[in-house]
Design a binder for this molecule. Structure first.
Ligand SMILES: [Ca+2]
Length: 200
C-alpha cells in the first residue's frame, strides 16, 4: 500500500507524457481535407472576395480529435502527380493555425498552374497529401481547372470548348464541375467565365 502514491504518480507522468506526445502527431483517420482541388493560373483576385478563386484546405487533428497547432508546413506535402500538367509538390502557406487548419491559398494554387486531370480508382490518384514520417492522409482521383489542358497559362478558347462539351453533355464531372459542388449547373458556367475573362 505504501507504494501506491508513487505508482499513481508514475502513471500520471506516463499519461501526461503520452498525451503530450499524441497531441502533436496528426492522425490520418481524424484529420480532414477537401474533396475537391481546383487549379487556375489566373487564380488570384478572380471575383469579389476570391469567390471564384481556388484554395485547398485541411485540418490536422490528433488521435483524440484535438487540433494540432503550429505543425510545420514543410512536413506537409500536396503532390499533384506526374500524369497531370504542371505537376509538382507543394507545402501549405503556413504552419497549422489554432484550429489545426492549413491552407494552400490562392497564391500557392496560382503557382501550381492549371490543368484538369483524372486518375483511376482506387490505385492511381492524381493528388496525394502526405506528412513526413506518418504517411498518406488524402488522395483525390481528379483535378479540375478552367485551364483544362494546362497549356498557355490561362483559360483559352480551346479550354472553353472542352468545358462546354462536358457542360452540355453533363459530364465528365471533372471537366465541367468548376465549383466542386458534385453536380454541373449554371454556376459552373459563371465560374468558368470569371477565369476566362482574366486572360491578359
Ligand atoms: Ca458544380
Amino acid at each position: 500500500m505504501r507504494f501506491a502514491p508513487f505508482i499513481t504518480a508514475v502513471m500520471a507522468v506516463i499519461l501526461v507524457a503520452g498525451t503530450a506526445f499524441a497531441s502533436n502527431v496528426p492522425d490520418p483517420t481524424r484529420s480532414t481535407f477537401d474533396n475537391f482541388l481546383g487549379r487556375s493560373p489566373h487564380n488570384v483576385g478572380v471575383g469579389a472576395a476570391d469567390l471564384y478563386s481556388y484554395s485547398y484546405h485541411g485540418t490536422l487533428l490528433n488521435a483524440a480529435s484535438q487540433p494540432i497547432v503550429g505543425f510545420p508546413r514543410g512536413q506537409v506535402h500536396l503532390s499533384i502527380e506526374g500524369v497531370c500538367q504542371n505537376h509538382g509538390v507543394f507545402s501549405p502557406d503556413s504552419d497549422s493555425a489554432g484550429d489545426g487548419s492549413i491552407v494552400w491559398g490562392v497564391a500557392t494554387s496560382d503557382a501550381m498552374g492549371g490543368g484538369s486531370c483524372l486518375g483511376s480508382a482506387p490505385t492511381a490518384p492524381v493528388v496525394v497529401i502526405s506528412i513526413d514520417n506518418i504517411g498518406v492522409f488524402k488522395t483525390l482521383l481528379s483535378v479540375t481547372s478552367p485551364d483544362e489542358d494546362g497549356l498557355g497559362g490561362g483559360a483559352t478558347l480551346t479550354d472553353f470548348v472542352t468545358f462546354k462539351n462536358a457542360y452540355n453533355a453533363n459530364g465528365p464531372l471533372y471537366l465541367a464541375d468548376m465549383n466542386g459542388s458534385g453536380a454541373i449547373s449554371l454556376q459552373d458556367f459563371t465560374v468558368f467565365q470569371h477565369h476566362f475573362n482574366t486572360i491578359p
